[in-house]
Design a protein around this ligand. Sequence first.
Ligand SMILES: [Zn+2]
Length: 238
Amino acid sequence: MFSDDLKDVAVWPHDLRMHTAALLAAARIAEVMSRREESENTVLLRQVLDSFPADDCHVAPLRTLAAHVGTEDWEVSKLAANAAISTIFRRGLRRRPGSYGEYQVRKEALVAVPWIGIEANCCPVGWLPLLERAVAQVASCFDENALWGVRTLQIKEKFGTLRWYLSGGEGRVRVSIRLAEATSGITCLVCGRPGVLRPDLLWILTVCDRHYAEASDISSLGVSSRAYPQDASEFEVI
Ligand SMILES: [Zn+2]
């Protein structure tokens, strides 16, 4: 995420700012593995956090994280922040479709969004709510005319997480896309419940405990294929 993307962050909707803070905190945690000094992500995180009231409890663990970069309290702050980040990442998600018919209707609605189009067909059923949330967030900030020139080039699952390649779009659009990608790393691509990236499977997937057990017992490829049902018989009702 770049500072140019966030130049007007103080006027963004509350939820989008909260998601932005969580994305920056997650990026900071990832980079502290390799270096502990201040970084642009830390500076941006503090900038976004400054836009919240001091008593906003949702971002309190993220403030602690930003304050403890490079200190002995970092590990404790990281644990609390990780829990808060996961909660914030999954805020505002609908349940995944409950029937094949609903899956078709909701997927077609995404295909009809001009800046997404047919690439929505490549989204696993458990991650459909991630795309829907991004569409709602973008629609809350821009009308269709303002999105002229924004195009989805590709949507796919790669190494267990969502990849969403976009052409055009300013900061708020890109944050919504990054949020969908980040949330896919903690969301089962079959059922949409909380999941974990499982690198030990033959076919790396992000799945919940139940689908992990099935993937281990039967095959990760079999579970993966249920994420992309072609007809009602292949749709898993949960
Ligand atoms: Zn699952």
